[in-house]
Design a protein around this ligand. Sequence first.
Ligand code: GLP
Length: 262
Amino acid sequence: MAEVIIVRSQQEAGAIYAHCVANLIARKPDCVLGLATGSSPLAAYTELAKEIKERHLDVSHVCGFALDEYAGLDPSHPESYRSVITRTVVEPLGFTPELVHVPDGNLDTIEHAGQQYDAAIEAAGGVDVQILGIGTDGHIGFNEPGSSLASGTRIKTLTEQTREDNARFFDGNVDNVPTHCITQGIGTIMKARHLVLLAFGSGKAEAIAETVEGGVSSFCPASALQLHPHVTVIVDEKAASKLRNKDYYRHAYAHKPAWQGI
Ligand code: GLP
């Protein structure tokens, strides 16, 4: 089962992630980080930037792989995930831009881009820590309900719900949101050695309860995480509000041996 940590704020969640990843960078300077877009990981990146600075960590060899990208959106568009990852991760954390990869949403080459992306992750040695947000419908990356739990990186059609959720990044107009994407598959994500899922706010409560305590089903793609040996789910009170086993998660975290980390 996943470890569930209930925190008071996004900043507290971010600090837990940051401490884990900073320790990883210190012992493995050429580690591979799985990166995500969306609002949920932002505090985690800010906290990691702080810890990198305070500990004078050399991040020049850190490699990164983003989860997904819109299909057919120019990488120079401010809301392409290439632009978002550059703005929220590469620049503030001081990573080497050439070592940070984002799936290629170019429609001319997308047919083979997924396989090539999975091969590049393998060649880099696999992802050490993958940060994840979650969609209101239980998607991770852009693996919408119904996604194969064994899938590799590939093109997917976005649900109308996801397009509406993301319209806020496109002048509030759903018609501006691309209809397709290229996303790491659930099978790809499951190969990462440690998964850290962050979720905040009541809008995520249903998806978190399904993910952690529901049955494993492609209807809630994030529920595949129950089959992974090392998952940390960090949520605020609102996102935790529909979890049945909340008291136990609190008790377990409060009594966790200090040496264990996440
Ligand atoms: C998009 C991204 C996901 C992200 C989700 C939730 O759909 N492809 O990776 O987890 O949005 O975003 P937010 O964290 O802003 O709620």
